[in-house]
Design a protein around this ligand. Structure first.
Ligand code: UDX
Ligand code: UDX
Length: 458
């Protein structure tokens, strides 16, 4: 079968894998190849045990794999044979040198650009899928177009807005697709090529086009706005605890204002995930770079509140449990940064586990999908850690349960049985406000939600 378009994606991660599976599934006339430097990852994508857990992903991959979706480690061949190249390699926060802890580490990005230059034998469209500092496309253009051999590269920015746990649905029915390009004849033509791919399944009015810098920046700003809403409600949750207000009632009242809207107003132990903190710090670094210190400080405070909220959770636990956790056994329900994913990157659970161990508590970690990652995250941290998948068993003999991830399965457990098996007085700290607090209290638990008055028997 001859394909209309041949597409490559470099980087088979959380973003590259699912996004390409969706393109392959929606565009049977495109051949999509995903390459990665990590052979184990590629082997996993080619197996029955995919490297990431996402509802609906197995079916999507299985239907297209071997038909028009291929996973390979042959990056050189991939570059030679494909005209449209998505780049979705990781851009973590820099851990060294200038901008350490803030700026994006662009080394994998630049290395990939150089590989594209080295192996290309014809002109290509190169698409930034990774989140990048604004104006990265300029560096990309300069690297790629430095040879005068008639091969030309058009750079597009096409940020991905999918959220983990709902990746397949987000890809299938996106709020919008954003495509930024240079506004030259070549740039506009390249942009149209990508618009045509998405138009296979995304309604035209949801495909937005813009100049390339707006597109790069919009991704950082979207994540910053989402994180800011969480920090805003978390900051208010601290006040609610003092004022005996209920943060869920406040969120509901505020969110019913159609100008504000109800989403992303759930108070919690703080946001995690690979993107929010990294992208805000990147934004802060950019603002400082351009001399916009007040703007930088404003956005940095979103991260400050997030750390404060996690520490506050620990302090509330300490305060409630008579100011000592030493030698107490504490069960963590959930380790993933949110429900429906096994991903633990930047999960607040890592911070909380580490702090509990510092207080010399013994911890029992429980999670339906993230125990493997939890083990890696906690390697090398001194203290007594156990891993038990079943949440009821994990709580046996514990002094407290700290609910850290909003997995549905925690809502309907046999709380009477769990209570009976715990040390007394038994505590529940609901870091996601998902349990039936009154019911738990009636059974005998001392219940501490976030941003609501505690229910205690003292
Ligand atoms: C990545 C970026 O981190 C994020 O900023 C962006 O928005 C989307 O791409 P993610 O897919 O979650 O997000 O990253 P990750 O799961 O780490 O996947 C990146 C993949 O790129 C890894 O599998 C890695 O092996 C691969 N890679 C990295 C290459 O193939 N080549 C490299 O040079 C570097
Ligand atoms: C986010 C963006 O939503 C997505 O558009 C972008 O492409 C990548 O970053 P993701 O990190 O997968 O996606 O998860 P998201 O659903 O945004 O949740 C991030 C964190 O915020 C989680 O830890 C979640 O538990 C927390 N959160 C979310 C809250 O604490 N309260 C809320 O109301 C919503």
């Amino acid at each position: 079968m001859s394909f209309e378009k041949t597409i490559l994606c470099i980087g088979a991660g959380y973003v590259g894998g699912p996004t390409m599976a969706m393109i392959a599934s929606q565009c049977p006339r495109c051949r999509v190849t995903v390459v990665d430097i990590n052979p184990e990852r590629i082997a996993a994508w080619n197996s029955d045990d995919l490297p990431i857990y996402e509802p609906g992903l197995d079916e999507l991959v299985k239907a297209a794999r071997g038909r028009n979706l291929f996973f390979s480690t042959d990056i050189e061949r991939g570059i030679r044979e494909n005209d449209i190249i998505f780049v979705s390699v990781n851009t973590p926060t820099k851990s060294f040198g200038l901008g350490a802890g803030m700026a994006a580490d662009l080394q994998y990005w630049e290395k990939t650009a150089r590989q594209i230059l080295e192996f290309s034998e014809s002109s290509k469209i190169v698409i930034e899928k990774s989140t990048l500092p604004v104006r990265t496309a300029l560096a990309m253009e300069r690297i790629l177009n430095c040879r005068e051999n008639g091969i030309c590269f058009d750079i597009l920015s096409n940020p991905e807005f999918l959220a983990e746990g709902t990746a397949v649905r987000d890809l299938e029915q996106p709020d919008r697709i954003l495509i930024g390009s240079r506004e030259t004849d070549c740039g506009l033509k390249a942009r149209q090529t990508l618009v045509d791919i998405y138009a296979n399944w995304v309604p035209k009015e949801r495909i937005l086009t813009s100049n390339i810098w707006s597109s790069e920046l919009s991704k950082l700003v979207s994540n910053a706005f989402l994180a800011q809403r969480i920090s805003s409600i978390n900051a208010i949750s601290a006040l609610c605890e003092k004022a005996e207000a209920d943060v869920a009632e406040v969120s509901r009242a505020v969110g019913m204002d159609s100008r504000i809207g109800p989403k992303f107003l759930n108070a919690s132990i703080g946001f995690g995930g690979s993107c929010f903190k990294k992208d805000i710090l990147n934004l802060v670094y950019l603002c400082r770079h351009y001399g916009l210190d007040e703007v930088a400080d404003y956005w940095e405070s979103v991260v400050t509140i997030n750390t404060y909220q996690q520490e506050r959770f620990i302090r509330n636990m300490l305060g409630a449990m008579f100011n000592t956790l030493a030698g107490k056994r504490i069960c963590l329900w959930g380790f993933a940064f949110k429900a429906n994913t096994g991903d633990t990157r930047e999960s607040p659970a890592i911070f909380i586990a580490r702090r509990l161990l510092e207080e010399q508590a013994e911890i029992v970690v429980s999670d339906p999908k993230a125990l493997k990652n939890a083990r890696t995250d906690l390697t090398g941290i001194a203290g007594r850690v156990h891993y038990v998948e079943d949440p009821s068993r994990a709580a046996e003999g514990c002094h407290a349960i700290a609910l850290l991830t909003e997995w549905d399965l925690y809502r309907n457990l046999d709380f009477q049985k769990i209570f009976d098996g715990m040390a007394k007085p038994a505590f529940i700290f609901d870091g996601r406000n998902i349990l039936d607090h009154r019911r738990c209290f009636d059974i005998g638990f001392n219940v501490y939600p976030v941003g609501k008055p505690p229910l205690t028997h003292f």
